[in-house]
Design a protein around this ligand. Structure first.
Ligand code: Q46
Ligand code: ZN
Ligand code: ZN
Length: 309
């Protein structure tokens, strides 16, 4: 298998792009394609300070790497959830973020917020109390992560805010969510599933520069550059609906290369062209939480602050 650009040995065959690329041209293509997504969806500009949510996984580290190489002012945010489950999951993932900085970008700034240290209870413990031992901690975890990301994006670590939060969601992630939202006709979620969510009423701008990359492409990128990342998934992710949906979509992709990309991009096109209109829940008014000041829809106190009551 030869690189379509230079004839050297190709490391990846991307059937949906009709391209095979060698290591050097994969890196070049990956950076250009990221820049194109940033421009196309008008995500941020070189003068903007961008907060990259890093988990120690391949997608978020690849994103941070590319943004720094493209010359953006990208700082990392790692949220320590305190997930151990005899695997030391959180400790290992933080270690990967530190290793990434020291091996690849020694001048990069990594902000670390440890939920247990800062708020007194780590996520699994908090979830067990709140959910009375029922089910996965993911709903509580998601709420905590969103709150902290928003807080840091708005105020930084006391050093001013950021123009946007960037996350490493890739095409596989987005398509899985899209299928789930469609199966349940979650029109409110469908309305808000976009590469960019504008800033509004105390909610920071959110961007996903990798929405057009397949997961195997980000995996190839980190592999070629020798970026070390945490291979294990969060122990609570196992058996989640998303994993099953991803398997289904992989089968579809195998039979019909490019199917995932088409499903997602056509959804965005149809929505932007007004062919499908999903109304966001009308009349949801946001007002500041009496305790933390972040926006909330219900009651005086936001869901995050209520967690600790
Ligand atoms: S939500 Fe659930 Fe993830 Fe939190 S508890 Fe783990 S799997 S980390 S994306
Ligand atoms: Zn090449
Ligand atoms: Zn609050």
């Amino acid at each position: 298998m030869k690189c379509s650009k230079c004839g050297a040995i190709a490391v990846i065959n991307m059937r949906q792009h009709r391209r095979r690329l060698c290591a050097e041209h994969l890196v070049e293509w990956f950076m250009t394609f990221t820049q194109r997504a940033i421009d196309k969806y008008d995500m941020f500009a070189p003068e903007d300070r961008v907060l990259v949510a890093v988990s120690g996984g391949k997608d978020s580290l690849a994103l941070w790497d590319v943004l720094l190489k493209l010359g953006y002012q990208a700082e990392g945010l790692y949220i320590g959830l305190g997930i151990d489950e005899e695997l030391g999951y959180s400790d290992k993932s933080l270690e990967m973020c530190h290793r990434f900085v020291s091996n690849h970008h020694p001048d990069a700034v990594l902000h670390v917020v440890d939920v247990g240290e800062e708020y007194g209870q780590a996520v699994p413990h908090l979830a067990r109390t709140r959910l009375r031992g029922q089910g996965r901690p993911c709903s509580v975890c998601g709420l905590v992560k969103r709150h902290i990301m928003n807080r840091v994006a708005l105020h930084g670590s006391g050093d001013g805010g950021f123009s946007a939060i960037a996350t490493g969601h890739n095409l596989d992630d987005e398509v899985a969510v899209l299928l789930q939202n469609t199966l349940h006709w979650q029109t409110g979620y469908l309305a808000r599933q976009a590469p960019v969510l504008a800033e509004r009423n105390g909610l920071a701008r959110k961007v996903k520069p990798f929405v057009r990359f397949y997961e195997r492409e980000t995996a190839a990128y980190v592999l070629v550059l020798g970026i070390d990342y945490i291979y294990d998934e969060c122990p609570f992710a196992q058996g989640a609906t998303t994993s099953y949906t991803k398997e289904l979509l992989n089968e579809l992709e195998l039979k019909s290369p490019g199917a995932k990309q088409q499903f997602y991009l056509e959804f965005l096109r149809a929505r932007d062209a007004g062919k499908v209109v999903f109304a966001e829940r009308a009349s949801v008014e946001l007002h500041p939480c009496v305790r933390c000041g972040q926006p909330t829809t219900a009651g005086d106190m936001c869901a995050f602050c209520r967690l600790w009551e």
